[in-house]
Design a protein around this ligand. Structure first.
Ligand SMILES: *Cc1c(COP(=O)(O)O)cnc(C)c1O
Length: 392
C-alpha cells in the first residue's frame, strides 16, 4: 500500500491528475514543479551525477510531467516529446526496412503524411483499412506486420474502433498495438487496460488544454519498450523544453473538470444539431444514431468533446457558416477551452482528392467542431445564427 498521491496508482484520476509525479520542492517547499531552464548539470566526480547530466537526456520538469502522464494512463512509464508527431515518429523508429504496418484509412492527416511521405521512403509498408471492421484488420496482416496503429474516436467522423478486439488481433500476430489516444484522453479511455502496448498523445490538444503549447508523449507498461523510447528521445532529440512541460503539467491538473464540461456541452450540442432542419447528419459517439455508440459506451467513460455534422449545403455555403460564428473560432486543432470550428474539405482534409474524400463520407457540407467549455446556450445561439445567416 502506497499512500503518496505523487505515485500511488490506487488514487482516482481526479486526484492523480493534480498530484501524480509531483512533490513540493524539498529545499523551499515550493508547491509547483519549477521550470528547470537548464541544459547541463554539475557532476560530483567524472560520470557521477545526481540523476541528470544533460537536458536532452533528462530534465526534472520533464520527469515530473512524464510521471504524471504515465499515472493518468494507469501506466508505469512515460516519455515526452516535442510534438505529437515526434512521439509517433518514435514508435516508427522501432521498425526496420521491410516491416509492415496496419492502420486506419481515416488516421490523422499528419500521421498519414509521416507514414506515406517519410517512412515509405525507408521501405516500411502501410495498409490503410476500415478499422471499425475487425475482419478487415485481420485480413490486412502479413508475416511482416510488426505494428497495428489505431485511433478512436477518429477524425472527423468520430468512428469508434474496438480497442480490445484490435489489440487481440495484433497480439495474435506478435505485432505491437499502439493507440493514438489524443481525442479521448486518459480521462475517458485507458487503452493499456484494454490490451494496447503503447499509447501516444498529442499534448497539444486536451492534455495541455489551453491552445498554448505543442507537445507529445508515449506511455507503456513495457519496460523494454520504454527503454527504447528513452534511447530515441536522446538519440533523435525531439524533446520538449521545460516551459512546455510546465504548461502541460498545469493543464493536466484540470483535465477531469475540463473534460466533464467538454462532454456535457458536446452532448447538448449534438442533440440540438440532430433536430436542426438544415443538418443531414451528426457524428457524435454519444448519439444512439452513431454506428460506434455501443462500443464507445463500453470502452469510454463519456463521449468526448469532438463532433462533426453534415449540413445540407454546398462547399461555399458551409464555408459561410464557419466564417460567420462569433464564439466559435475558425481554426484547425482541438482540445482547448475555447470552441473551434472548421470545414474539413478545404482545411484539415484538403490533401485528400475530392472523389476519395466524398467516398470516405467527408462531404463538402461537413463541419467539425471542437466543443469548448463556454456556456452551451451561447454555443447553440452562435451556431444557430451562423447557419441562419449563411443558408437563408
Ligand atoms: C494533433 C494530433 C496529432 C499531432 O500532434 P502535434 O502535437 O500537432 O504534433 C496526432 N494525432 C492526433 C489524433 C492529433 O489530433
Amino acid at each position: 500500500m502506497d499512500d503518496d498521491p505523487a505515485d500511488g496508482h490506487e488514487y482516482r484520476i481526479e486526484t492523480r491528475s493534480i498530484h501524480a509525479g509531483q512533490h513540493p520542492d524539498e529545499e523551499t517547499g515550493a508547491l509547483m514543479t519549477p521550470i528547470h531552464a537548464n541544459s547541463t548539470y554539475e557532476q560530483d566526480a567524472p560520470g557521477e551525477h545526481r540523476g541528470y547530466e544533460y537536458s536532452r537526456t533528462g530534465n526534472p520538469t520533464r520527469t515530473d510531467l512524464e510521471a504524471n502522464l504515465a499515472s493518468l494512463e494507469n501506466a508505469e512509464y512515460g516519455r515526452c516529446f516535442s510534438s505529437g508527431m515526434a512521439s509517433i515518429n518514435t514508435v516508427l523508429n522501432l521498425l526496420s526496412a521491410g516491416d509492415h504496418v496496419v492502420t486506419g484509412n481515416d488516421v490523422y492527416g499528419g500521421t498519414h503524411r509521416i507514414f506515406t511521405q517519410v517512412y515509405e521512403e525507408y521501405d516500411l509498408e502501410f495498409s490503410f483499412v476500415d478499422m471499425t471492421d475487425l475482419s478487415a484488420i485481420e485480413d490486412a496482416f502479413r508475416d511482416e506486420t510488426e505494428l497495428l496503429w489505431l485511433e478512436t474516436p477518429t477524425n472527423p467522423l468520430m468512428s469508434i474502433v474496438d480497442i480490445e478486439g484490435a489489440a487481440d488481433i495484433a497480439h495474435g500476430h506478435d505485432a505491437l498495438c499502439a493507440i493514438d489516444n489524443t481525442f479521448a484522453t486518459p480521462y475517458l479511455q485507458q487503452p493499456l487496460d484494454l490490451g494496447a502496448d503503447v499509447v501516444s498523445h498529442s499534448l497539444t490538444k486536451y492534455l495541455g488544454g489551453h491552445s498554448d503549447v505543442v507537445g507529445g508523449a508515449l506511455v507503456t507498461n513495457d519496460e523494454e519498450l520504454d527503454e527504447q523510447f528513452g534511447f530515441y528521445q536522446n538519440a533523435v532529440g525531439a524533446t520538449p523544453g521545460p516551459f512546455e512541460c510546465f504548461l502541460v503539467l498545469r493543464g493536466t491538473k484540470t483535465l477531469p473538470v475540463r473534460m466533464d464540461r467538454h462532454c456535457e456541452n458536446a452532448n447538448v450540442l449534438a442533440a440540438w444539431l440532430e433536430g436542426h432542419p438544415d443538418v443531414d447528419r451528426v457524428y457524435y459517439p454519444g448519439l444512439e444514431s452513431h454506428p460506434g455508440h455501443d462500443i464507445a459506451d463500453e470502452q469510454m467513460a463519456d463521449f468526448g468533446g469532438m463532433l462533426s455534422f453534415e449540413l445540407d449545403a454546398s462547399l461555399e455555403e458551409a464555408s459561410a457558416v464557419v466564417s460567420n460564428t462569433d464564439v466559435f473560432t475558425l481554426a484547425e486543432s482541438l482540445g482547448g477551452v475555447e470552441s473551434l470550428i472548421e470545414q474539413p474539405a478545404p482545411m484539415t482534409h484538403a490533401a485528400i482528392p475530392r472523389e476519395e474524400r466524398l467516398e470516405a463520407g467527408l462531404t463538402d457540407g461537413l463541419i467539425r467542431v471542437s466543443v469548448g467549455i463556454e456556456h452551451a446556450d451561447d454555443l447553440i445561439a452562435d451556431l444557430e445564427g451562423a447557419i441562419y445567416t449563411a443558408l437563408s
